[in-house]
Structures are given as structure tokens and as C-alpha cells.
Design a protein around this ligand. Structure first.
Ligand code: HEC
Length: 145
């Protein structure tokens, strides 16, 4: 069993190096038009996978009529403050994303303001989105109504 594992690891290593891996760290795939530290985007991606992906999916496309898309979302690009509010405090009001109505529940994320900055900068700049970035001050300014 151990030997098989070893062989697997070695062949994996071989594959990676054979593919021209120059020892550079793999970066998160985003269409990065703004300059954010790569490590912050990676942290955002980790938070996304843990806290958002179940509903909004890996592709950011969501599930039509139940979970709205973040990829290409006009809601996210046009109502950033409101979007932050929803993720911070939860939401169950009817909204329209790319012309499709959604009225299901998104629970409050439970993330800190610092984590919200990371996850928002990730979703604003992933899957072809190029929606700018948010600052900690912007996230802090979003208070419960
Ligand atoms: C339990 C499923 C669920 C999880 C987990 C979840 N969401 Fe949502 N999200 C929803 C639903 C449902 C809506 C629409 C809410 C409504 O109708 O009021 C929504 C709406 C949104 C919107 C605004 C609409 C849009 O598509 O642009 C954003 C932005 C968003 N979510 C981001 C996130 C982020 C970031 C996370 C992780 C921190 C997250 N969501 C976690 C279900 C979820």
C-alpha cells in the first residue's frame, strides 16, 4: 500500500515537473485587472470555497432560480454595498439578478470585516468578473439597518 502511494506521489511529481512547472507557485485564476496581492486573492478563494461555494457553486454560476450567480452578476456590479450587506447580515428579500428573480435565503456569513474584504475581492475579480475592489473601510461602513 505504502509503495503504491510512493509511486503515485512520484508520478505526480514527474507530471508536474514535466509540464514545465518552473517552481513558481500556482496562482488563483482570476482576471486580475486591479493590483491586489495574490496572497489575498488566494485567501479569498479559500473563504469562498468554505463559505459560499455550496450555494453559488465553484463556477460562481449558482443554481438558476435558487442561488443567484456571482459570475457576471449585474446585481454584484451595480449594488455592491447592498451585496456586502446581504453577505454580512443575511438576506431573504426578493432580488433580481441578470433578469431572473430570486427569493430564497442566504444566511449571514459570520465572516469578520477583514474576511469579507478578502472574499469580496475574490468574487469581484473571478470567473471573468472585473468589478473593482473593496476596502476595509467600505465594508466597515455597512451597518445593520
Ligand atoms: C445557503 C446558500 C448560500 C450561501 C452559503 C451563500 N449564499 Fe449568497 N446568496 C444566496 C441566495 C439564496 C441569495 C439571494 C438572496 C435573496 O433572494 O435575498 C444570495 C445572494 C448573494 C449575492 C447578491 C446577488 C448576486 O448574485 O450578486 C451575493 C453577492 C452573494 N450572495 C455572495 C455570497 C458570498 C460572498 C457568500 C459566502 C461568504 C455567500 N453568498 C454564501 C445563497 C447563499
Amino acid at each position: 500500500m505504502k509503495l503504491i502511494n510512493l509511486i503515485f506521489v512520484f508520478s505526480l511529481f514527474f507530471l508536474i515537473t514535466a509540464c514545465g512547472g518552473s517552481g513558481k507557485k500556482k496562482t488563483v485564476s482570476t482576471d486580475q485587472k486591479i493590483s491586489l496581492p495574490e496572497t489575498d486573492l488566494e485567501k479569498g478563494a479559500v473563504l469562498y470555497r468554505a463559505k459560499c461555494m455550496n450555494c453559488h457553486m465553484k463556477s460562481g454560476k449558482g443554481i438558476e432560480k435558487f442561488y443567484p450567480p456571482l459570475a457576471g452578476s449585474n446585481y454584484l456590479s451595480e449594488n455592491l454595498e447592498e451585496a456586502i450587506y446581504m453577505v454580512k447580515f443575511g438576506s431573504n428579500k426578493p432580488i433580481k439578478v441578470n433578469g431572473v428573480k430570486y427569493n430564497s435565503l442566504m444566511p449571514a456569513s459570520g465572516l469578520t470585516d477583514e474576511e469579507l474584504v478578502l472574499v469580496f475581492n475574490y468574487i469581484l475579480n473571478s470567473w471573468g468578473n472585473s468589478y473593482g475592489s473593496v476596502t476595509l473601510d467600505q465594508v466597515k461602513a455597512v451597518k445593520r439597518k
